[in-house]
Design a protein around this ligand. Structure first.
Ligand SMILES: [Zn+2]
Length: 137
């Protein structure tokens, strides 16, 4: 009987956690239902040497260009972003990063919700038969 009371206390604590986790999951979904376009990859300013020995970059004045990099079929690709498209591509790439972060949070919250459901199920699980006898043929 004491064990049963303890059991229901744990269950009601788990239920509370479950609905909090559900609300957090719903919050994640609301954040992910944006309609802004996005583009895959990282946008940044790349500074590099071109390799020509007499170029100004050899003495430290590196060439700078805005690029978008991403992995395509296992290969790292790098695209130079034209000046007139910089603002737009920066925004699209930021939107993609935002999506990825939101998705990672969704995965974590989903797993948390699932583990709570499993723990609640464990609380209800009985051992039957109590006296397990292995049958021999
Ligand atoms: Zn150079």
């Amino acid at each position: 009987m004491i064990q049963e009371i303890q059991l229901s206390a744990d269950l009601s604590k788990l239920r509370q956690q479950l609905w909090r986790a559900y609300a957090a999951l719903a919050h994640s979904l609301r954040r992910l239902q944006r309609s802004e376009p996005m583009v895959q990859g990282s946008f940044y300013l790349l500074r590099r040497k071109c390799g020509k020995p007499n170029c100004h970059c050899a003495s430290g004045q590196l060439h700078a260009s805005y690029v978008l990099t991403r992995s395509e079929g296992g290969k790292d690709r790098l695209y130079t972003v034209p000046k007139d498209q910089r603002a737009q591509v920066r925004q699209w790439a930021a939107e993609y990063r935002r999506y990825q972060r939101g998705r990672a949070v969704l995965v974590k919250r989903h797993l948390h919700l699932l583990s709570l459901v499993d723990r609640m199920a464990e609380q209800r699980l009985l051992t039957w038969p109590l006296n397990k006898e292995v049958l021999h043929a």
